[in-house]
Design a protein around this ligand. Structure first.
Ligand SMILES: Nc1nc2c(ncn2[C@@H]2O[C@H](COP(=O)(O)OP(=O)(O)O)[C@@H](O)[C@H]2O)c(=O)[nH]1
Ligand SMILES: [Mg+2]
Length: 474
């Protein structure tokens, strides 16, 4: 990313490219309105470009006096804008050629192409949002499922920043008291005594830090999604189940065993998290060469999976191929499993007894699966899927699958961990009766780390890393 000159005017297409109704070209900076005036002929003759008011008109190429598009334009005067600079948005039709022509006109008349994330970076540099809020904007623009957008929306509002500020306040209070103790060691201090400092460190610093770090762990699946691998012998109904769960017709389903050879993916949302279902080749005792390659792919993918759904045909007995599946599952012992007895529609009665009998055989081969949850479904009739989704949710997100309201991202969590270690160290120092200089040093360092979360103290490298992950136009 090039070094930003904050006094220039930037422009970008701010809506995704592709077929759509409308597209938006956005400009931010001191020339935004002047450029708009050169390109835009408002329908209303008395148009004075009042701030935050939408005007209808035509965008023209002034050199060739050519109409580019009919548009709605808005000028937003600084500082009540996203970047705290003057902003112009030109809403036109979404065709790429139109958007590009308008962007080129903006650039020809004095703007420069924005870097990825530069609008948000300006909002940060101009003090409208802190770094946590800026990163939350990134979450909001990339969220595939409701969990991340829920956390993102709260962080954009400043709720995570508020928690961090409160921890900072605790640390600052302790440091101030320790500094008084360093400067005036002989006197009794009114501000905070040792017991107060310890209590604040514990209750207002360490505990809230631990809560936030735990929230990161709880939010991991919401943030990064999860991979669920469907495994089972050929014809167990894996592809049918992928289609049923995703309500799509993604994978080919036939009665011919060995139809699926490549991995087929489908995304679904469970408990607010984005889950990638991966349909795989059937595993059998003696695979043909192509099936064997498919099974090789499963082995490659398996270590990254968060969960196996092991499909069995409830109407069939446990055989060598099921045993081959079990061997594969056994070799990834740390990955949880849900046993899915499929095709219950083929059996009139006694599903549970049949399932139990199969379970006995499974556990006779692998005792560890004794407490493994199981579900009875019919992928064909779409029955039992709610219960299956519930089990998936419980395993991936826990029984109390509430989406955390605030949770740090990985960068912030790593900083919080460093802050926690130093705060602990300070507390131990105080308990151990060290002279106040030493815990004060720890707290000062903890504060330095903490300020990297909100961005009061942050290097250009870190900023570049963060904002380069944004898309153009945000
Ligand atoms: N009766 C019944 N047939 C099913 C069910 N699920 C799949 N099948 C059939 O079983 C065959 C194999 O299904 P498929 O999904 O391709 O199995 P895969 O090889 O495990 O991917 C197809 O003929 C499906 O129509 C089910 O729940 N009930
Ligand atoms: Mg298949």
């Amino acid at each position: 990313m090039t070094k930003i000159r904050e006094d220039d005017t930037i422009a970008a297409i701010s809506t995704p490219l592709g077929a759509g109704g409308i597209g938006i070209v956005r400009m931010s900076g001191p020339l935004a309105l002047d450029i708009l005036k050169k390109l835009f002929s408002p329908s209303a003759h008395h148009c004075r470009f009042k701030s935050h008011t939408l005007y209808h008109g035509i965008i023209r190429n002034p050199e060739q006096d050519q109409i580019v598009d009919e548009a709605l334009c808005v000028f937003m005067k600084a500082p009540k804008t996203y970047t705290r600079e003057d902003i112009v948005e030109i809403q036109c039709h979404a065709g790429y050629s139109i958007l590009r022509q308008i962007l080129e006109l903006c650039i020809r008349h004095g703007a420069r192409l924005a870097e990825p994330g530069e609008f948000t970076k300006r909002a940060f540099l101009n003090g409208r949002i802190d770094l946590i809020q800026a990163e939350a904007v990134l979450d909001l623009t990339s969220a595939q499922a409701s969990g991340l957008s829920h956390m993102g929306a709260r962080a954009v509002k400043g709720e995570l920043s508020k928690r961090i500020r409160s921890i900072r306040k605790g640390l600052v209070g302790c440091l101030a008291a320790l500094e008084v103790a360093i400067d005036y060691p002989e006197e009794d201090h009114e501000i905070l005594d040792q017991a107060d400092i310890k209590r604040i460190l514990e209750k207002e610093v360490i505990e809230p830090l631990q809560t936030l770090i735990r929230a990161f762990d709880r939010s991991k699946i919401h943030r990064f999604g999860a991979g669920v691998l469907l495994v089972g012998r050929p014809n167990a109904g894996k592809s049918s189940l992928l289609n049923a769960l995703s309500c799509e017709d993604k994978a080919i389903v036939t009665e011919i065993p060995g139809t699926t050879r490549d991995i087929v993916e489908a995304r679904i949302e469970i408990g607010g998290a984005c889950i990638t279902l991966l349909d795989t080749a059937g595993i059998r005792h003696e695979p043909d060469p192509i099936e064997a390659m498919g099974i090789g792919k499963i082995r490659q993918l398996a270590p990254t999976a968060n969960l196996f759904l092991w499909l069995l045909d409830i109407s069939k007995d446990f055989n060598d191929s099921d045993e081959a599946v079990l061997d594969m599952i056994k070799s990834f012992d740390h990955i949880p499993v849900i046993i899915v007895f499929n095709k219950v529609d083929k059996i009139e009665i006694g599903h549970k007894a049949l399932a139990r009998r199969l379970l006995e055989k499974i556990t006779a081969h692998h005792e560890k699966l004794v407490d493994t949850p199981y579900c009875l479904v019919s992928a064909k009739r779409h029955s039992g899927l709610d219960q299956l989704q519930k089990s998936i949710c419980e395993i991936l997100l826990g029984t109390e699958a509430r989406i955390p309201d605030v949770a740090p991202n990985l960068r912030q969590k790593e900083i919080l961990e460093k802050t926690l270690i130093l705060s602990h160290q300070a507390l131990q120092g105080l308990i151990g009766g060290l002279s106040p200089e030493i815990p004060a040093m720890d707290i000062r360092q903890a504060l330095d780390h903490l300020s990297e979360t909100t961005g009061e103290f942050v290097t250009e490298d870190v900023l570049e890393q963060i904002f380069s992950r944004f898309c153009l136009g945000k």
